[in-house]
Ligand binder design. Structure first.
Ligand code: NAP
Length: 280
């Protein structure tokens, strides 16, 4: 008779690239039976080492249910879901269109919620489950010219807090992973709001400065394995934490400052870091 309080079978979404891929490979290398979900596996993209690839589009109910059905049929259960699928659109709040905003929310937030809703009946019926939702430092504070992504990550934070309180009674635990900048994220998933890209945008200089800053910070960021190891540690715990911030000391300090001073003084520091320049 198998133990019911140990994670064995894990599904990682967004596992074709970046942190999702690194996490899936790390979990597989550490003994978890890992299913790697992403759209590009349907087109024959290479699976992360040691993982079983699953075609998965988190924006599509049928695709999500088919992926979950496939795993439950093969394994009899899913012990843990790690939600990584996401993308970022750079752009000012004013110039990010409703469609661009909706696209980000639809993948990052609604996609995550769709995945959780599909696995929960299985986890509830076994009275055991682990859900790890990838948030970000952007889930804890706002960064200029990343409003769509920041909104999606704040939504994930709030939704996950509600979820954690509702499902604990069924033996399901929810953890938010909050990474700072990491290397190896794919540029493919960093899109730009059309209007902010125009030369005559009133935000042009600041916007370009912020994009350059973020790109540089990601290139000099943590190795993805650091985040992957944090996920493995969470999955191995009997009592996983509600949150796990995985970030460099300066980024931790920013989160602390935001909590302590917040408001316009903090915004000015962020502006100076991400979008310096004279006011118009
Ligand atoms: N990189 C960082 O510095 C950083 C920092 C903080 C938080 N994070 C978070 O960490 C996670 C991974 O980010 P990353 O930058 O490492 O990854 P990434 O390289 O940007 O990869 C994004 C992944 O999401 C998948 N994806 C996109 N749309 C999808 C959809 N509709 N259905 C299924 N999968 C979809 C992509 O696969 P397909 O195109 O094959 O579907 C890809 O595997 C995200 O949640 C991100 O917000 C990243």
């Amino acid at each position: 008779m198998r133990r019911r309080n140990k994670v064995e079978v894990v599904l990682v979404s967004g596992a074709s690239s970046g942190l999702g891929r690194a996490t899936a490979e790390y979990l597989a290398a550490h003994g978890f039976r890992t299913y790697a979900g992403a759209r590009s596996f349907a087109q024959g993209a290479d699976a992360p080492k040691g993982c079983t690839p699953v075609a998965l589009d988190v924006r599509d109910d049928a695709s999500v249910h088919e992926a979950v059905r496939y795993i439950v049929e093969r394994e009899g259960h899913i012990d843990a879901l790690v939600n990584c699928a996401a993308f970022l659109t750079f752009g000012s709040c004013e110039e990010t269109s409703a469609d661009e905003l909706q696209a980000v929310l639809s993948t990052n937030f609604l996609g995550m919620a769709r995945m959780v809703r599909a696995v929960l009946p299985h986890m509830r019926s076994r009275k055991f489950g682990r859900i790890v939702n990838f948030s970000s430092i952007n889930g804890l504070l706002g960064i200029p010219f990343q409003s769509a992504y920041t909104a999606s990550k704040h939504a994930i934070e709030g939704w996950s807090e509600c979820l954690a309180q509702e499902v604990r009674r069924f033996g399901v635990r929810v953890t938010l992973i909050e990474p700072g900048d990491c290397r190896n994220g794919s540029r493919k998933y960093r899109t730009r709001a059309c209007a902010s890209e125009r030369k005559d945008s009133p935000y042009a200089a600041w916007y370009r400065g912020a994009v350059t800053r973020v790109t540089r910070d990601e290139e000099g960021g943590m190795p993805p394995e650091q985040v992957a190891a944090a996920v493995a540690e969470v999955l191995g715990k009997k009592n996983p934490p509600a949150r796990r911030l995985v970030a460099r000391p300066d980024q931790r300090f920013a989160v602390y400052l935001h909590k302590v001073i917040g408001g316009y003084f903090f915004y000015r520091i962020m502006e100076l870091y991400y979008a310096p320049g004279k006011r118009r």
